[in-house]
Design a protein. Sequence first.
Length: 265
Amino acid sequence: MRDFTLNSYRHLLLAFQQANYTFLRYEDYCRIKQSGDALPEWFVILRHDVDLKPNNSLATARIEAELGIKAVYYFRAVPESWDEKIINEIASLGHEIGYHYESLTTCNGDVEAAYQDFVENIKKLRQLVLVETICMHGSPRSPFDSKDIWKKYDYKELSIIGEPYLDTDFSQLFYITDTGRRWDGYKVSVRDKIPQYQEEWTLKGWTYHGTQDVINAIKENRLPHRVMMTTHPQRWNELGVQWMKELMMQNLKNVVKRAMMRNCM
Ligand SMILES: [Zn+2]
């Protein structure tokens, strides 16, 4: 099976379903946690960061909806992500919509301006759909970490109930992401990782490379029972020219990132 195709994504979802994982949107997770109720024993939060190509997100959202699965989609306030028709359509399929903010980067590190930018963008998104959670966009080339806005301001005052990097108990929940077009790209990732737990997870053998490795782990009961899985739908395509382009670009990016990291050490 070719990897990072919509077909391999569908197989991944089917494996989770067959293993009886419950699918929680991030707002569901936050609400259960805050109520003090018990979380399901087995669950997966399918998080999608819509960095680019919103049409690809519509494709994964439709596959999930066909299977009766709900996920969360975080949209950036930039033209290459923000597509109002698609935002509305994904919401109408039952998925959660959240704001993928990068305000500290777009405002060059000015925290006050970044907060204003954040407030304006979330207001615009809320004119379209209900928004209860937000998620930082990692901006690998930026020196700024947009989560730093929250050292001064409090998003909970804006009726936002959660931010995955700040409100998730990663001591109880395994994190896996397709950054680098692989499932073990945490070594090359700048911000999309959970450094405080990654070493422990690696020691436990919870590392997977291709999607088939993840599927095998689910089938053989080797994947943890509580998971947040982040995918970037722009990496997932029907087998064809786009798929080939994405593969070549990612290989090139991985080479550059490795060279950059060597220089930093
Ligand atoms: Zn992102």
